[in-house]
Design a protein. Structure first.
Length: 218
């Protein structure tokens, strides 16, 4: 199917930025709609940028129009300021965006979550991601892709100390993460982005929802 429209949230993040680059080159998409919080320059002929208050979905929900929805949103406790604020950003916001997109006729969604996401976890980060997954999965899209990368490899525009430490550890001990532990290896953000596009366009497997780092690299 050619001439599709992709809708992207989180285009200024690590995975989202790589996703925009990949969509620009993908012949199946003729238009890439980006929703962003601030003025950002994107290099591409397909892109249309909506600068909005992303947290206020009611103010722009009618503009979430297209074929495939990509959600690459995520924050840190340092930026959010509290667990409740992180719940709003990492759980409620993706859920609200997905619900609006479905109402507007979008039938496929791909979302970035995290390795270890579990709605029953005692870790607030993994719990929030797990709760978000359950909501998205139950929204009612014809196709739902939830990717669970481990440590993301690549250069962010912002410095995240924990991720930087994780990347160093991953590079040193990568060889130990084999077999069942392979899913914990660091994964390139560009590989995650390309996998999301491939999976949302793959109509041979309509039952699987969750994909972890090892399957994303494959």
């Amino acid at each position: 199917m050619k001439g599709k429209t992709a809708v992207v949230f989180g285009a200024t993040g690590l995975v989202g930025g790589e996703l925009v680059k990949a969509l620009e080159k993908d012949e199946r998409y003729s238009s890439v709609i980006l929703f962003v919080r601030r003025d950002v320059e994107f290099a591409g002929t397909k892109q249309k940028v909506h600068k909005v208050n992303v947290a206020d979905t009611d103010s722009y929900s009618s503009e979430i129009l297209g074929d495939d929805l990509f959600i690459c949103l995520g924050t840190t406790i340092k930026k959010a300021g509290s667990v409740s604020a992180m719940e709003a950003a990492d759980r409620d916001l993706p859920a609200n965006i997905a619900a609006a997109a479905l109402r507007n006729g979008i039938r496929a969604v791909a979302v970035v979550s995290s390795i270890g996401a579990d709605a029953g976890s005692r870790n607030y980060y993994l719990r929030i991601k797990g709760e978000m997954e359950k909501i998205i999965e139950g929204t009612g899209f014809e196709k739902t892709i939830i990717v669970r990368p481990s440590i993301l490899m690549g250069k962010r525009s912002e410095f995240r100390f924990g991720e930087e430490v994780g990347r160093v550890i991953m590079k040193v001990f990568r060889f130990l993460l084999a077999g069942r532990l392979r899913k914990y290896r660091g994964v390139e953000a560009a590989d995650v982005a390309r996998a999301m596009i491939r999976l949302i366009n793959d109509h041979t497997d309509t039952t699987r929802v969750y994909y972890e780092s090892d399957s994303l690299q494959d």
